[in-house]
Design a protein around this ligand. Structure first.
Ligand code: E4P
Length: 220
């Protein structure tokens, strides 16, 4: 499973990129607004830090403007994935851009039917939002299961399932068990993946016992 980070915070991206665990980045207009940064220079900077796909979302909702924005965004760097909403106009833009060879991430997917449309439109990624479905009392992970199962029935579908709106490590583990291709997560959730109390307890014991040996691995 590929790990993307869902943030527009460059300091966080730099720090997490150094772990060697990051395969890409997703941003959205809300995250860009939170960063307070100029959108185009922000995306260019992220694309330099992380060589994998960096999703940058169009702002317009009509076809012509979205297409123009998408083409503009695509020029920022070869690793940009233009993010478009799952609307009729968004999917039309997706089809045009993907035909031109641009990576496209179709976002705001909340049903398997929508995911089928995204695949037919040639999306590189489809982003089903697990957490936002859970928030309204639905089972977000069952949507991931449905999309993965449906896509697997058609070997011609190249669209990757990018699990989005992740709230906790369980969302990632369950999605990985289902075979989802990518998980995009907030930095806090990525850090939670490391944590287990028995790791901390075991390490404290090893450190204490090692001290009793009076040895140093590096000193001769
Ligand atoms: C994905 O690309 C979105 O940016 C993101 O996962 C949305 O998450 P949220 O529901 O926590 O805002």
């Amino acid at each position: 499973m590929k790990f993307f980070i869902d943030t527009a915070d460059v300091a966080e991206i730099r720090e997490l990129a150094e772990t060697g665990l990051l395969d890409g980045v997703t941003t959205n207009p809300s995250l860009v607004a939170k960063s307070g940064r100029n959108f185009l220079s922000l995306v260019a900077e992220i694309c330099e830090i992380v060589p994998g796909p960096v999703s940058a979302e169009v702002a317009a909702t009509d076809y012509e403007t979205m297409l123009a924005e998408g083409r503009h965004i695509a020029k920022i760097a070869p690793n940009v994935a233009v993010k478009v909403p799952l609307t009729p106009a968004g999917l039309k833009v997706c089809h045009r851009l993907s035909t031109d060879g641009t990576m496209v991430n179709v976002t705001l997917c909340f049903s398997a039917a929508q995911a089928l449309l995204a695949a037919k439109a040639g999306a590189t990624f489809v982003s089903p939002f697990v957490g936002r479905l859970d928030d309204i009392g639905h089972d977000g992970l069952s949507l991931i299961r449905d999309i993965v199962e449906i896509y697997a029935n058609y070997p011609g579908i190249a669209t990757e399932v990018l699990v989005a709106s992740i709230r906790n490590p369980g969302h990632i583990v369950e999605s990985a068990k289902m075979g989802a291709h990518v998980a995009t997560m907030p930095p806090s959730v990525l850090r939670q993946l490391y944590a287990h109390p028995l790791t901390d307890k075991g390490l404290a014991q090893f450190v204490a016992d090692w001290a009793k040996t009076g040895q140093s691995i590096l000193d001769k």
